[in-house]
Design a protein around this ligand. Structure first.
Ligand SMILES: *Cc1c(COP(=O)(O)O)cnc(C)c1O
Length: 431
């Protein structure tokens, strides 16, 4: 609940400096959407009554069909999560050697390939879109390159045309980690049908969730067939003939039931997300150093991500300070993709990545902050969060000095605690 009685006017009113938190209960980034609980439970009961819990049951098949019709892509292969989906896709496309991936993404994009023994080669992103920068890809292509991987970050589609041209020119595969982009469009066409294949995530924190889940989508029938086999231990058709190596990437029926239930509510979810996103844009406008990610009005998006870039020199406080300050108010803002894939293990310590420089990713990893979004926030709370940010920036000089005073105090306390435990001091005292 928002404590409407509290009106914060000065830096000292902020909860981090001793004020009362603006919200009684924590607001989270990526709090799962539930959809219509009654419908979900009906489906769960139907699955239990059928005793058909996994192995391409009726819900998993229906989920695939609904993904196909929503994205207008011919084949959707439901999988247990997007990470396994990327792995199966890499195998189905016979990828080898190096795979070019953006450095500013969730770690799973890189790990999926590394896990298979492939080498993710990091590419920096475009500061204006946060997506892989097509202009930097060419110089990273080597005879060992087998694929380019785009990530449609925040549901904003990559520069698909440029990536398709590059992939064609160099005869490499093109795939998309579309984990953020179910329900997005690119130049009026729905995300899902670009490149060789795209992979959606339906993890609990995504706009449409299947508890855990994903789908690989493609217009290529032969590829879809391979994906289906590999998802199911290499079985072809009805579980008799094993025609190759495979893994277990199946989507179970309870997950599919959740996915279907969220699809039923998808338009309402998007409408609620959009309203909150627009409220944030309005409430944050004109705050120095606070730049929200803005979605193209001509494209579809689920507006699931409300993302800020905090420019410390202009805002007068750092992203991390703003995050700490909001968290004390029970606004559990999160930094995203910190510190960048290239600075995470195992890449950071792997000599083959020594000297890799990703200046835009480094900067975004220092600046990007995700705010709680969607229906569970609502416009009143979004307004209140905007007011907190506006106050923090307006009073940034005071905020900085209070932070400094806090740090001094902590240092002093550490010293004090230390001397309490220091036997020499204790001896002195007893003497
Ligand atoms: C969530 C996410 C994934 C992983 O999806 P899972 O379904 O959890 O495996 C991959 N890439 C990106 C960009 C993501 O945000």
């Amino acid at each position: 609940m928002l404590r409407t009685a509290i009106n914060k006017a000065r830096a000292a009113d902020l909860a981090i400096f001793g004020g009362c938190p603006a919200f009684e209960e924590a607001l989270y980034v990526g709090r799962p959407n539930l959809g219509d609980r009654r419908l979900f439970l009906q489906r769960v009961n139907a699955a239990l009554d059928r005793r058909w819990l996994t192995n391409h049951g009726p819900f998993a098949r229906e989920f695939e069909q609904r993904i196909q019709s929503r994205t207008r892509v011919k084949h959707a292969v439901a999988v247990c999560n997007a990470t396994v989906g990327l792995e199966i896709l890499a195998r189905a496309l016979d990828l080898s050697g190096e795979v070019i991936v953006p450095a500013f993404t969730f770690i799973a994009t890189a790990h999926a390939f590394r896990w298979l023994g492939l080498t993710p080669v990091f590419c920096d992103v475009d500061p204006s879109t946060h997506n892989i920068d097509p202009l930097q890809i060419e110089s990273l292509i080597t005879p060992r390159t087998s694929a380019i991987v785009g990530v449609h970050l925040w549901g904003r589609a990559c520069d698909v045309d440029a990536l398709e041209a590059l992939a064609r020119r160099h005869a490499v595969k093109l795939i998309f980690d579309a984990a953020h982009a179910f329900g997005s469009s690119y130049r009026g066409r729905r995300v899902g049908g670009f490149g060789d294949a795209e992979v959606f995530s339906f993890h609990a924190t995504k706009s449409i969730n299947a508890l855990e889940g994903g789908a690989v989508v493609t217009n290529n029938a032969a590829l879809a067939e391979r994906l289906r086999q590999m998802r199911d231990f290499g079985f072809a058709g009805d579980h008799d003939d094993v025609i190759g190596a495979g893994t277990n990437g199946k989507l179970n029926e309870i997950s599919a039931a959740m996915g279907l239930t969220l699809l039923d509510s998808m338009d309402d979810i998007i409408a609620a997300n959009r309203q909150v996103y627009q409220r944030y844009l309005y409430g944050l406008s004109g705050i120095p150093g606070i730049r929200p990610v803005v979605y193209d009005e001509c494209e579809e998006n689920t507006f699931h991500y409300v993302i800020l870039e905090v420019d410390e020199t202009r805002a007068g406080l750092s992203r991390d300070q703003l995050m700490e300050l909001l968290r004390a108010e029970n606004v559990m803002a999160r930094r995203y993709f910190h510190p960048g894939c290239h600075r995470a293990e195992p890449y950071r310590s792997d000599p083959q990545y020594a000297g890799v420089k990703m200046p835009v990713t480094d900067q975004l990893a220092q600046r990007v902050l995700a705010l709680p979004s969607g229906g569970s926030v609502g416009i009143d709370k979004a307004d209140a969060i905007c007011r907190l940010i506006r106050l923090a920036v307006a009073e940034s000089a005071q905020v900085r000095s209070l932070f400094a005073a806090q740090a001094d105090l902590a240092q002093y306390q550490a010293l004090f605690t230390h001397s309490e435990n220091d036997p020499r001091v204790t001896v002195e005292r007893t003497v």
